[in-house]
Ligand binder design. Structure first.
Ligand SMILES: Nc1ncnc2c1ncn2[C@@H]1O[C@H](COP(=O)(O)OP(=O)(O)OP(=O)(O)O)[C@@H](O)[C@H]1O
Ligand SMILES: [Mg+2]
Length: 334
């Protein structure tokens, strides 16, 4: 039987197939013709078109802040991804699928996932909240008595939770993520350099020179359009130029994480302080974020080698182990 874990992320969709490992990691992105709505490109190919299309092509992000906001585009995209990994609609009917969902996912979102599954032919599916998968994917031992603390920062959603195998003790799925930094950077470059840059460029700036070390001074040359003349122009942007954007974001995360810690019963917070924070998600790769959170929260921060893949690796481990799956999956009817 085909067993799949699917992480339909706001930025990147990841799929794990038992027997093969991670078989897909592609942009959750669709390019459609503005008038007819016809699909022009999907996944990474669609992402390449951001900022480069004429006005008659629209780029759609079917998952926004971890919510499925365009069910039609979501179904086309997931159907395409399944086909790409060699799972036909007929095979999908017999597959067992795990979907990762944000912490505290509401019924309305689970119903959207159920409709998505149906549209792709998937009949058997379970849901697991991100924090469990992020921990399992990073080999954090889970039991019922020693709670752990996870912060997963993705493109559109940040999951913060203290939990044990018994369940989530305190947690939240926040609609903020790396994309917020990208748009902050666009505004900052407009203010500081009078230059309009695109989303791809701002994301690259974040990944390359974005840093939580105040003294870092890497720089990168970016191309944009002068806001007054409209002419192309290039400027060198340094870590210091965008420091405020990343710091502001990190401060928001820390504020919510401290809020969750403050809600914990004394014994739980003792255990959480002892075990430290397990940090994951693509945004965890932001330079210095681990040290920044450790300093601000006065806790150890553990970062795995591939934080962006933690959730999907945890998904793979969970779908491959019926006992773990039974323990961590959300209770819903199939
Ligand atoms: N090296 C890096 N430095 C900083 N940010 C990075 C780096 N690599 C990836 N990112 C950011 O990580 C985010 C994507 O992470 P991830 O794949 O965990 O999100 P997602 O699972 O698609 O979204 P979500 O979980 O929020 O629904 C993007 O904002 C991307 O720009
Ligand atoms: Mg994610």
């Amino acid at each position: 039987m085909i067993k799949l874990a699917i992480d339909f992320g706001s930025s990147v969709t990841k799929i794990y197939k038992i027997g093969s490992g991670i078989v897909l990691a592609e942009a959750t992105c669709v390019a459609v013709a503005s008038g007819s709505g016809a699909v022009k490109a999907l996944g990474d190919e669609a992402k390449l078109l951001i900022g480069k299309t004429a006005e008659f092509t629209t780029i759609v992000f079917p998952v926004f802040e971890a919510d499925i906001v365009d069910e039609e585009a979501a179904a086309v995209l997931l159907g395409y991804f399944l086909k790409k990994i060699g799972v036909s609609k007929a095979q999908a009917k017999r597959a067992q699928v795990l979907f990762s969902v944000p912490c505290g996912a509401e019924d309305a979102l689970l119903e959207k996932y159920a409709r998505l599954a149906e549209a792709c032919g998937i009949r058997s599916f379970r849901f697991v909240e991100v924090p469990f998968l992020a921990a399992l994917g990073q080999d954090v031992p889970l039991n019922e008595t020693d709670p752990v603390f996870v912060i997963d920062i993705g493109g559109g959603c940040t999951n913060i939770a203290a939990f044990s195998l018994d369940g989530i003790i305190a947690g939240i799925g926040l609609g903020i993520g790396g994309s917020n930094i990208d748009s902050q950077i666009i505004d900052r470059i407009a203010d500081s350099f009078h230059l309009k840059i695109g989303l791809q460029t701002s994301e690259k700036l974040k990944r390359t020179v974005g840093s939580l070390y105040a003294n870092d001074n890497e720089s990168m040359v970016v191309n944009g359009r002068d806001i007054s003349t409209g002419r192309p122009r290039a400027v060198a942007v340094s870590s210091a130029d965008i420091y405020d954007c990343v710091k502001l974001f990190a401060d928001r995360i820390v504020k919510y994480a401290l809020m969750i810690v403050a809600k914990l019963p004394a014994e739980v917070s003792a255990s959480v302080y002892r075990n430290g924070i397990c940090l994951s998600g693509g945004c965890a790769r932001l330079i210095g974020l681990d040290d920044y959170i450790a300093r601000e929260m006065q806790m150890d921060v553990n970062l795995s080698g591939e934080p962006q893949m933690a959730v999907i690796l945890g998904g793979g481990r969970t779908i491959g182990n019926e006992e773990v799956l039974e323990t961590v999956c959300l209770r819903t009817e199939e």
